[in-house]
Design a protein. Structure first.
Length: 337
């Protein structure tokens, strides 16, 4: 039985990944700090579901705590590491940048040091579509330059990509970086747009629509994301024999067993259309409070997921109308509304 370490295991994405790994026969060690960035009770409910599995071990700690990950790696010797723990949110990074430095940068450093001491077969680390920053050429490809991040959140995630590359090069352990594109679905975070829209409409409150609705997002349903992550576990990057062996549009480093993979639906949706889907699922129209773009945001994201398909044969495909309806059904059941 293989052991997987998942950081951020009580988070939205992390809890789904843990459950899928457990159902696939892994023994799973989950680490989460249970921070109060949003309601802890939601994280606890996710954790309670995982604790029903006998092959799940829960550790409560911050990833940046000196030595904690080294201790976990030493005791558990994980075969696979999926690093999802991070301080998320573009807007909150303006208010509290220190939280992003500690969790995202220092936390990833602690993980890489533990991996250096006790190398797993494959480390998979979460990045973000926000790393593409000011790029305007779309769809975004993994091989495109990403040098002008628009928020401190994005800057910290881009930093972790570079840090991971240096460790993969120096110490020759394989690392895959994911760039996620606007993940949504049941059990999602309360600070995300779908949660806010649903809550406000059901409570007959107006919703804030930034950039006057002129925004596009590559909304990716949680089940599609998890499927892609699980499939990528077996797509272990290998150090190229020479820099001449590079494949077109392949993000594999010429000097390290390291690559970036986009995980997105590859179908950008206008924000107004997304809100339409929420209204349809709820059966009620929203009062839309049109507002200018917020600092740090970008007007559009759009993934080229060709590399994901080439590596795994898989393409995310859940339509927004379907995914939103599933979220609204979950929300009404969870909050009894």
């Amino acid at each position: 039985m293989k052991t997987a370490l998942v950081t951020g295991s009580s988070g939205f994405i992390g809890s789904f990944v843990c459950e899928r790994l457990l159902r696939n026969g892994f023994r799973v060690v989950g680490l989460d700090a249970m921070t109060d960035y949003y309601e802890v009770s939601l994280k606890q409910r996710r954790l309670d579901k995982l604790l029903e599995f006998t092959k799940f071990r829960s550790i409560e700690s911050y990833v940046e705590t000196p030595g904690i990950l080294m201790s976990v790696f030493k005791d558990e010797r994980p075969d696979v590491v999926i690093h999802l723990a991070a301080q998320a949110g573009v807007r909150y990074s303006i208010e509290n940048p220190r939280a992003y430095l500690d969790s995202n940068v220092i936390g990833t450093f602690e993980l890489l040091e533990a991996g250096r001491a006790y190398p797993p077969q494959h480390m998979l680390l979460a990045s973000t579509s926000s790393a593409f920053g000011a790029n305007t050429t779309m769809p975004y490809r993994e091989v495109d330059k990403a040098d002008h991040q628009m928020s401190f959140y994005a800057a910290t995630k881009k930093a972790t990509e570079n840090m991971a590359h240096s460790y993969a090069h120096l110490f020759n352990f394989p690392i895959t970086m994911f760039r996620f594109f606007t993940v949504y679905g049941p059990w999602g975070r309360p600070d995300m747009a779908l949660f806010k829209f649903t809550k406000a409409i059901l409570e007959n409150n107006p919703i804030d629509v930034y950039n006057y609705g002129d925004m596009r997002r590559d909304f990716t349903y949680i089940d599609d994301l998890v499927e892609a992550i699980i499939l990528l576990i077996d797509s272990v990057p290998k150090r190229p024999v020479s820099s001449d062996t590079a494949i077109e549009n392949e993000s594999l480093s010429p000097v390290a067993p390291w690559r970036i993979v986009n995980i997105g639906n590859s179908e950008p949706v206008q924000l107004t259309e997304f809100i339409d889907a929420v209204e349809t699922a709820i059966g009620r129209k929203a009062t839309r409070n049109l507002m200018p773009m917020q600092a740090g945001d970008v007007p559009a994201t759009w993934a080229d997921a060709t590399l994901l398909r080439d590596l795994t044969g898989y393409k995310p495909q859940t339509p927004v109308i379907t995914g939103v309806a599933r979220f609204v059904e979950w929300y009404r059941d969870y909050y009894s509304v």
